[in-house]
Design a binder for this molecule. Structure first.
Ligand SMILES: [Fe+2]
Length: 171
């Protein structure tokens, strides 16, 4: 791999490392802040996602080190390096959080898929890691969305542009 290619691959990995560190913290925040009649189901559904996403962060960071880079995992660096906003919902019902999480997963997965498209040429090994993680993230996204659909398959959050709008639509 050329130095220029390795640098680009490391940049893509670092961006997903920020995304996964942000996501597992956000998922714990949701785990702690959901209320309502479906509390225990959603509270317990979230923890395996936290564990999996923490594992993704570890794999991404160690791939950066393998390629000669220095993975950055400090909190300030996440905030500085991310291109998305802080999760915006505090104490709220399970439906509101799941509505907002629908948008969170959409954002995270979209960027993974853009990375996969670019990595096909650059580094198939990192591409494979992105594909494996995207498969799991899409599974979790389905778990979230299954709570937001009616029996006709209509998604309550369809067309929502912000977490707050999605939370309101899912209420
Ligand atoms: Fe807990």
């Amino acid at each position: 791999m050329s130095d220029a290619d390795a640098e680009r691959v490391v940049a893509l990995l670092q961006d997903r490392l920020h995304a996964c560190n942000d996501l597992h913290l956000t998922l714990k925040h949701v785990h702690w802040n959901v209320v309502g009649p479906h509390f225990i189901a959603v509270h317990e559904m979230i923890d395996p996602q936290v564990e999996a996403v923490r594992g993704f962060a570890d794999d991404l960071a160690e791939r950066i080190a393998t390629l000669g880079g220095s993975p950055v995992g400090t909190p300030g660096a996440i905030v500085k390096g991310r291109s998305w906003d802080e999760y915006s919902i505090g104490r709220a019902t399970t439906q509101e959080h799941l509505g907002a999480l629908d948008l969170v997963y959409q954002g995270v997965i979209t960027t993974y898929r853009e990375g996969i498209a670019e990595l096909g040429e650059l580094d198939p090994v990192t591409e494979d890691m992105f594909i494996t993680q995207t498969e799991q993230l899409e599974l979790f996204h389905w778990f979230v969305r299954a709570h937001l659909e009616d029996k006709g398959g209509r998604l309550s959050t369809a067309g929502a542009a912000t977490e707050k709008d999605a939370a309101k639509a899912a209420r």
